[in-house]
Design a protein around this ligand. Structure first.
Ligand SMILES: [Fe+2]
Length: 181
């Protein structure tokens, strides 16, 4: 028997530009990914089509954990990742601009920053749905959800740019640094 995954809770205070309703609806969707991941852990060999969807459910669970924990308050003042970003992207703002530009592309999915531990490269990656385009064996340090469900309680579907702006405002950088450390 495999270990089931618990639905995590996140210590989220009041966010600026992301309402409590928006976040609670989003957390319900997260809980759905956890539930389905756990169901698929016990799928039978006859349920191959379900098993093939495992990456969708599992990453739907895991990426949301990265996402929500970035809004949690963290102590610390590490800037190791920031320095590495500045080295590889010329400036922190250049990295941020690339993320924002990717986030505004058409389609639903995620913008991730991963660290390739074979050489330290920090790569920005577009992932369609939750699983299409993930790079094998890479450590995720940053995750931005740009599915419409992430913002359409608070914003119109055409207002993704406003959501991305709100996301940056609420991002606790230390949560991202911790993953890199
Ligand atoms: Fe989401």
């Amino acid at each position: 028997m495999k270990q089931p995954y618990p639905a995590k809770t996140f210590a989220l205070g009041e966010l600026d530009g992301l309402s409590e309703t928006q976040i609670s609806e989003h957390l319900k969707l997260y809980a759905g990914y956890v539930k389905n991941t756990n169901l698929l852990l016990e799928a039978t060999p006859e349920q191959t089509e379900l098993i093939r969807r495992f990456g969708f459910e599992f990453n739907g669970m895991r990426l949301h954990e990265y996402y929500f924990s970035q809004f949690e308050k963290r102590e610390g003042s590490s800037d190791t990742l920031k320095t590495a970003i500045e080295t590889q992207y010329r400036s922190f703002d250049a990295w941020k601009s690339e993320i924002s530009a990717m986030a505004l592309m058409r389609g639903i999915g995620w913008v991730l920053t991963i660290v390739d531990e074979t050489n330290g490269n920090l790569l920005n990656v577009w992932v369609s749905d939750h699983e299409l385009g993930q790079l094998g064996g890479q450590k995720i340090v940053f995750a931005l959800d740009v599915w419409e469900h992430a913002y359409t309680v608070d914003y119109k579907p055409t207002e993704r740019a406003k959501y991305v702006e709100a996301f940056w405002k609420n991002l606790n950088w230390q949560a991202v640094e911790e993953r890199y450390a």
